[in-house]
Design a protein around this ligand. Structure first.
Ligand SMILES: O=C(O)c1cc(=O)[nH]c(=O)n1[C@@H]1O[C@H](COP(=O)(O)O)[C@@H](O)[C@H]1O
Length: 284
């Protein structure tokens, strides 16, 4: 659903992200208003609590970090009023200079995927984000409408490849008919989308900081979203081990690891700066 005139086209997401990493560092902070975090912050588990939590984080961290990643489910559970909060989070985050990755992990048959693309990757939508997380498990080609819409509007995609949860193995490490793992086929498709892009493509995989060994080439000439850093136990040493020379493409993402420092804005900023300094070690 579109609501406004199309604004000026943005530069490609990969180029904007590359510039932002140079200016602000490589950290992504997830804005995940867990009920337990609302409680820890002294807030009620209702729309007012959600709004206070999410906007406090967005206002504090939008001027600080390269990427903010709201997890849509935590807003959707409050229905349309929760989604209205999500729209505000996107607006505040982008106005503050952060890139927004909307974590929705969407994927569907192509015609429906176009509707998801319209919802998150078209600047006329109130939920327009710089990037979105996508699920390729209906077949990578089913994401084509998202790829094309992202290209048209300077947005990007992070496609699930080797996720941070242990259950991901059974699908992602399964072997396809041609002998490649499913994850390797996703990575190969992303590499094709990013061919020739400079300084960085706009299409990247999601690879958890908690995995043992990728077992495949993770360099796709695009950014790699790496959740699992922080609360799930992933460390900079893990990322060095998993990504090797490709660590320079990594966008480490933490939610609870920073959010638990709230509710004071100054404490959130301090926690984000510590994490940003920690992951800067990947540049060295
Ligand atoms: O796509 C994601 O962001 C994602 C992929 C993945 O493999 N693992 C993973 O944890 N995530 C998301 O990253 C966030 C992790 O939050 P923390 O564990 O609190 O840092 C959650 O919003 C997850 O939904």
């Amino acid at each position: 659903m579109t609501t406004a005139a199309t604004p000026q086209p943005l530069a490609p997401f990969g180029a904007r992200l590359h510039r932002s990493i140079g200016e602000r560092g490589r950290l992504c902070v997830g804005i995940d208003p867990h009920p337990s975090l609302l409680q820890a912050w002294g807030l009620d588990d209702d729309v007012a609590g959600l709004e206070r939590f999410a906007l406090t984080v967005a206002e504090a961290l939008a001027p600080e970090v390269s990427v903010l990643k709201p997890q849509s489910a935590f807003y959707e559970r409050f229905g349309s009023r929760g989604v209205a909060v999500l729209e505000r989070v996107v607006e505040v985050a982008r106005q503050g200079g952060a890139l927004v990755c909307m974590d929705v992990k969407r994927g569907d048959i192509g015609s429906t995927t176009q509707a998801y693309a319209d919802a998150y990757l078209d600047p006329r939508s109130p939920l327009f984000s710089d990037a979105v997380t996508a699920s390729p498990f209906l077949g990578f080609g089913s994401l084509t409408p998202m790829v094309e819409t992202a290209r048209r509007h300077g947005a990007g995609l992070f496609v699930l490849a080797l996720t941070s949860n242990p259950e991901g193995h059974e699908v992602q490490r399964a072997t396809a008919a041609d002998g490649r793992t499913v994850a390797a086929t996703v990575l190969d498709s992303l590499r094709e989308l990013n061919a020739g892009a400079e300084p960085l493509g706009s299409f990247g995989p999601v690879v958890g900081a908690t995995i043992d060994d990728a077992g495949t080439d993770l360099d796709v000439n695009g950014p790699i979203l790496v959740p699992g850093y922080g609360a799930q136990g992933g460390t900079v040493e893990d990322m060095r081990r998993i990504f090797g020379a490709t660590a320079r493409a990594v966008i480490p993402s933490t939610s609870r690891g920073v959010l638990a420092a709230g509710p004071e804005a100054a404490a959130l900023v301090a926690a984000a700066r510590r994490a940003n300094d920690d992951v800067a070690a990947l540049d060295r």
